[in-house]
Design a protein around this ligand. Structure first.
Ligand SMILES: Nc1ncnc2c1ncn2[C@@H]1O[C@H](COP(=O)(O)OP(=O)(O)O)[C@@H](O)[C@H]1O
Ligand SMILES: O=C(O)C1=C[C@@H](OP(=O)(O)O)[C@@H](O)[C@H](O)C1
Length: 305
């Protein structure tokens, strides 16, 4: 059964009841538009969900014991036919997420990165394995502006209006827990947005521009107003615009607590091309990098790593 959480008054997202791990206090509402059997329940959250409390000592011993299951698989094994199927990747991801989850203490994970870097795709995978909810800040903005698509918001009200809404959404999310947030690609440019994200863990999905341009030109630029053009050479045009944006933003992305470099994952796994990396493999690396951040944060040293 799925549940809609509304942190009053305007933020809403669909989450699964069993993902919360504990009962939120709130009132239940049924969605009359959904068919029987698909019924979702809306929960109006009246109190913030309390994160699981884990002592530093517990963290130290369990992190030491937990190990990095992904890193322990040599690339040669990961690539062999017997283990390199989606099933095996899922097992690694599941184990890794179970190891990490208690140490997050319910903190939100904010995915930052360029348009098309996979924040939504990878974010959904991460939320599922961590038992977190997922929300996409662009969708929340659209919802707030009466379901107006981002491209229309830019056209009708201008980028400044959109950026103010983005900041407002991040401010509202900043008091929430157990959510993987896919932020808009430009959110990193306002220092106030980093302030709103500081209670959580920010993760930069660093994807080569060629791969971004390929992905975006494959699906079209209509929904991404900063890239949209009617040029016949969609790839070249997208690549050029992405390069300019990246030049302005790369320093800001580097502020994230953790960086997930697709080039590094490809090297680790012995792939020549980042386009073969699945969202699951990227999610595993994200958990790896989050683990590194947690260890640095705790100032712990692990001789075995
Ligand atoms: N690992 C991946 N490999 C191939 N295509 C991907 C991958 N991750 C995302 N995509 C595709 O790239 C496009 C942009 O992904 P999306 O998750 O929407 O990015 P963002 O939220 O960062 O803008 C989508 O069409 C998605 O299917
Ligand atoms: O990079 C940007 O400035 C933007 C990225 C988009 O989000 P995605 O990164 O999810 O595509 C969206 O917020 C808007 O079109 C502006």
């Amino acid at each position: 059964m799925e549940v809609k959480v509304v942190q009053r008054p305007q933020i809403s997202m669909w989450i699964e009841m069993d993902k919360i791990g504990r009962k939120p206090s709130g009132s239940l509402r049924f969605d009359p538009h959904r068919a029987r059997g698909q019924q979702r329940v809306q929960v109006l959250i009246s109190a913030r969900l309390q994160p699981a409390r884990v002592s530093n000592k517990q963290r130290a011993s369990a992190l030491e014991a937990s190990y990095n299951s992904y890193k322990n698989f040599p690339a040669s094994i990961l690539e062999s036919e017997s283990i390199n199927g989606p099933y095996d990747e899922s097992v690694i991801l599941k184990n890794k997420s179970q190891e990490i989850e208690p140490y997050l203490s319910g903190r939100c994970i904010y995915l930052v990165g360029m348009m098309g870097s996979g924040k939504t795709t990878v974010g959904k995978v991460l939320s599922q394995v961590l038992g977190y909810s997922f929300c996409d800040s662009d969708s929340l903005i659209e919802e707030e502006v009466n379901g107006t698509p981002v491209s229309d918001i830019f056209q009708l009200y201008g980028e400044g209006f959109f950026r103010d809404k983005e900041t407002e959404i991040l401010r509202k999310l900043s008091i929430m827990h157990r959510i993987v947030v896919s932020t808009g690609g430009g959110a990193v440019m306002r220092p106030i947005n980093w302030k709103h994200m500081q209670n959580g863990i920010s993760v930069w999905l660093d994807v080569p521009l060629e791969a971004l341009a390929q992905r975006i030109s494959a699906v079209g630029t209509k929904s991404r107003p900063l890239l949209h053009s009617d040029s016949s050479d969609a790839y070249r045009n997208t690549y050029k615009r992405l390069s300019n944006l990246f030049e302005e933003r790369s320093e800001a992305y580097a502020n994230a607590n953790a960086r997930v470099s697709l080039e590094n994952i490809a090297v680790k796994l012995g792939y020549r091309d980042v386009s073969t990396l699945t969202p699951t493999a990227i999610a595993i690396e994200a958990l790896d990098q989050i683990e590194n951040y947690l260890k640095d944060e705790e100032g712990m040293s692990f001789g075995t790593f």
